[in-house]
Design a binder for this molecule. Structure first.
Ligand code: ZN
Length: 435
């Protein structure tokens, strides 16, 4: 099946990039107005439902934290100049810093300053979600330029009871079994790690809205870790319907596609992504599950053990710009966003189209010629391959093999096997198992 046969990749990539540009300046965090504002912006694209979970709510072994909001933050020198300014970049303040208003010497200030000496122009991204503290992030060059003396330090923030916000969009399909697309939406001005995933998930949701679906789709835009723990805690039974899932992040950089397998490693989603990447005619990498990374850690915890992997380009921590100010609008490009989007669509097309058939003429091969099946069919390479695909489907359709099994065994692209099955079904040589 083809979900969007006339996809304009260039236009789509630009649309995704423009959304990243729009969301980039917002100071997101795991709670507060920044993530809310982001979710509200997504409501212009899809009818996202925004949920609020009160601070203090117990979610498995965790507690929903107090809500953090920030208005301003700076370090000002003796002549009244802001040498570090939140208004220039929200990365300058350690995310979740408690409020501060003080005068202190550079020496007193130093333990609260974070830099990257190896990349002296970049500003690091730091958080202090679960430990009350405060700090500033700045370029190493700025730090070395600071004179000894007294500074005015201000973090105009609040940490108070409120709620954790997350966005959810559910698209019902023919069956209740679900395909989960999850992304974290809690990082401030960082493009690849976070905004690329939010954008891809939103565009995917918009696209799937307009097509026939076998599976039901659930899109989650959540704060990392605490968001998936909260959702799973509030939806423990519902979560069992998730048959396939992908965590979307780091999908806009120039690196090769990288797939991190689900905990099981051989689930249908793992095989589907591997198949799509293998037939993409691009270099790629497949990595085994490890309990480090993004929200797949929670979906793949042993109590749930959901078939959720993560399809990225360069994974977290593996590119120098990761969690720094250099993960910016230059690192992500429209063409890589579009390429990632197309791969996600192909995986969904495969999962949607993967089913088992029964050969209705199982005693020796049926005569294809008299049914017009030797006639050329457009779009599937040479006719010989298409005929071979039909022979594979006929041979393997004993109810025990899915189309993906057949594609893997034949070493052929799923699209070709799927088209061959569709052609055979038209001529009543095949019927779907259970139909
Ligand atoms: Zn991150």
């Amino acid at each position: 099946m083809k979900i969007t046969p006339d996809l304009d990749a260039e236009k789509l990539g630009q649309e995704m990039y423009d959304l990243i540009v729009q969301l980039y300046p917002i100071c997101r965090s795991i709670t507060g107005e920044g993530i809310r504002q982001t979710l509200r912006a997504l409501q212009d694209i899809i009818p996202l439902e925004i949920h609020e979970v009160p601070s203090g709510t117990q979610v498995f072994d965790w507690t929903v934290p107090q809500e953090w909001n920030i208005r301003d933050a700076y370090i000002q020198n003796a002549s009244g100049k802001r040498v570090v300014d939140f208004r220039q970049s929200n990365l300058h303040v350690v995310n979740y810093s408690v409020p501060v208003k003080a005068r202190m010497t550079l020496e007193e200030l130093r333990p609260h300053l974070y830099t990257l000496p190896d990349h002296p122009d970049w500003v690091p991204y730091r958080t202090t979600y679960y430990h009350e503290d405060w700090g500033f992030c700045l370029s190493h060059n700025t730090l070395t330029g600071l004179e000894e003396g007294e500074y005015e330090v201000c973090i105009d923030a609040t940490l108070a009871p409120g709620s954790l916000s997350y966005g959810e969009f559910y698209l019902p399909g023919e069956i209740q079994d679900e395909f989960l697309i999850s992304c974290h939406a809690c990082h401030p001005s960082l493009c690849n790690d976070n905004l690329s995933g939010i954008t891809l998930a939103a565009m995917l949701a918009k696209t799937l809205q307009g097509v026939e679906r076998r599976y039901s789709y659930r899109f989650l835009f959540i704060p990392g870790t605490i968001g998936s723990i909260t959702w799973l805690s509030l939806n423990k039974e519902q979560a069992r319907r998730i048959q396939h899932g992908l965590v979307v992040t780091c999908v806009g950089d120039p690196g090769n596609s990288t797939y991190k397998q689900s905990r099981d490693g051989n689930a249908e989603i793992d095989r589907a992504v591997a198949h799509v990447l293998k037939h993409s005619s691009q270099a790629y990498e497949i990595r085994e599950f490890i309990p480090y990374g993004y929200d797949e850690r929670q979906y793949c915890s042993p109590g749930f053990n959901l078939a959720v992997g993560s399809l990225m380009r360069t994974p977290n921590n593996q590119y120098p710009q990761y969690h720094t100010s250099a993960d910016n609008l230059e690192l992500v490009r429209p063409e890589y966003l579009a390429d990632s989007f197309e791969k996600y669509l192909k995986v969904i097309e495969l999962i949607e189209g993967n089913r088992s058939y029964i050969n209705l003429n199982p005693y020796c091969e049926p005569q294809l010629g008299k049914r017009g099946l030797y006639q050329p069919i457009g779009g599937y390479g040479d006719n010989k391959s298409f005929q071979l695909a039909m022979l594979w489907v006929l041979n393997q359709s004993d109810g025990k093999h899915s189309l993906l099994d057949i594609a893997e065994r034949a070493g052929m692209a799923f699209d070709m096997i799927y088209a061959a099955a569709a052609r055979l079904e038209e001529t009543q040589l095949l019927k779907e198992q259970g139909s």
